[in-house]
Ligand binder design. Structure first.
Ligand code: 5RP
Length: 351
């Protein structure tokens, strides 16, 4: 194996214990602003230092991950279908290798849909991606995506994982199932288990524990971390199993302890809701938007200024942040809900 490939792989699967803790935040590529991942920057910031690698799309990486991070990026390079479209399995490669290199990807990730209408297309794409990525020493992680109609049993998952490995994937991400050892044993490359839908914290820790015990190198967990009431407590508890060899009881106790501390901290902090702060309009000047155009706020996102306050965007030009500081768009800031009403989360668009 070439040095670059080995080096990148070892940043994802830690060589000291052959374990990996990946945090998945790529869901928006087909789910849009799914529940509790509406603001990726805000979700990622406190979790980034607790995972070994981050599974992310290029859009979220560029807008919502500080370029100063030393956490390796596992870049999702496939997409094309949405949760409301005809068929989720109709995916293609959407990111060029040049862009992946610009983004300093430590691995490329794409889904294959074995047994679905677009099986052929996605499996052939995996082979092509591996050929391309190999040229530059970048590992490929294949996700064995499971459609509604396909079972998640050991027979099916063994087929999908083995096919991914045969195409040259360096890591396979799949789902946990009964007799998972069989899936691991028949796959010649390391397997990482996806967390799946949000379940109670203890169950998610049990899933992590079972996966490792059955031979997976780790987990690539998303919703069960950031949809938890206490995401940092949860990722630390998952980490204690993956890297600290905790059992489920120990990990769950850690989660409860940290969650409890977090709740206390939250209730001790003064209300930081901006509506209680004095007017921060520094100039007190009226709207300086010189044109009559609607608010062209800096983040390119639709105007979320829900109040009737005058537009404070001083120019109509795009972001003129001249420094190399990470994206300072408004969505990266803590809750700016100007009223005292609780933050209204958008309806869950997932399956
Ligand atoms: C989406 C993915 C996700 O990264 C994967 O499902 C892991 O996230 P979760 O733990 O929420 O299932 O590949 O296609």
């Amino acid at each position: 194996m070439d040095w670059g490939l080995k080096n990148r792989l070892s940043s994802i699967i830690k060589p000291n214990n052959n374990r990996a803790l990946m945090l998945a935040v790529d869901h928006g590529y087909f789910l849009g602003p799914t529940e509790k991942l509406e603001n990726p920057a805000k979700v990622i910031a406190p979790l980034l230092k607790h995972c070994d690698s981050l599974m992310v799309t290029r859009g979220v990486q560029r807008t919502s991950v500080p370029a100063t991070t030393d956490t390796p990026m596992v870049l999702r390079v496939s997409g094309g279908s949405s949760i409301i479209g005809d068929d989720l399995s109709q995916e293609d490669i959407t990111v060029s290798i040049e862009d992946a290199i610009r983004l300093n990807a430590s691995a490329l990730a794409m889904s294959i849909f074995v047994g679905s209408k677009y099986e052929y297309q996605t499996v052939v794409n995996l082979g092509k991606l591996v050929s391309e990525a190999q040229k530059y020493g970048i590992p490929v992680l294949a996700v064995t995506a499971v459609g509604k109609e396909l079972g998640k049993d050991a027979r099916y998952l063994s087929l999908a994982c083995r096919m991914a490995a045969e195409q040259g994937a360096n890591i396979v991400k799949t789902y946990y199932c009964e007799n998972f050892e069989k899936v691991v044993q028949s796959c010649p490359v390391p397997i990482i288990v996806a967390g799946g839908k949000k379940i109670p914290e203890r169950d998610a820790l049990q899933l992590t524990y079972n996966s490792i015990k059955a031979g997976a190198v780790g987990v690539d967990i998303g919703r069960n971390v950031w949809q938890s009431e206490h995401p940092v407590a949860m990722i630390k508890a998952v980490r204690s199993i993956v890297h600290g060899n905790s059992n489920v009881e120990q990990a769950f106790n850690l989660y409860k302890k940290l969650a409890n501390e977090n709740s206390k901290n939250k209730s001790n902090k003064p209300n930081q809701n901006k509506s209680n702060k004095p007017n921060q309009n520094k100039s007190n000047k009226p709207n300086q938007n010189k044109s009559n155009k609607p608010n062209q706020n800096k983040s390119n996102k639709p105007n979320q200024n829900k109040s009737n306050k005058p537009n404070q965007n001083k120019s109509n030009k795009p972001n003129q942040n001249k420094s190399n500081k990470p994206n300072q768009n408004k969505s990266n800031k803590p809750n700016q809900n100007k009223s005292n009403k609780p933050n209204k989360t958008k309806p869950n668009t997932k399956k």
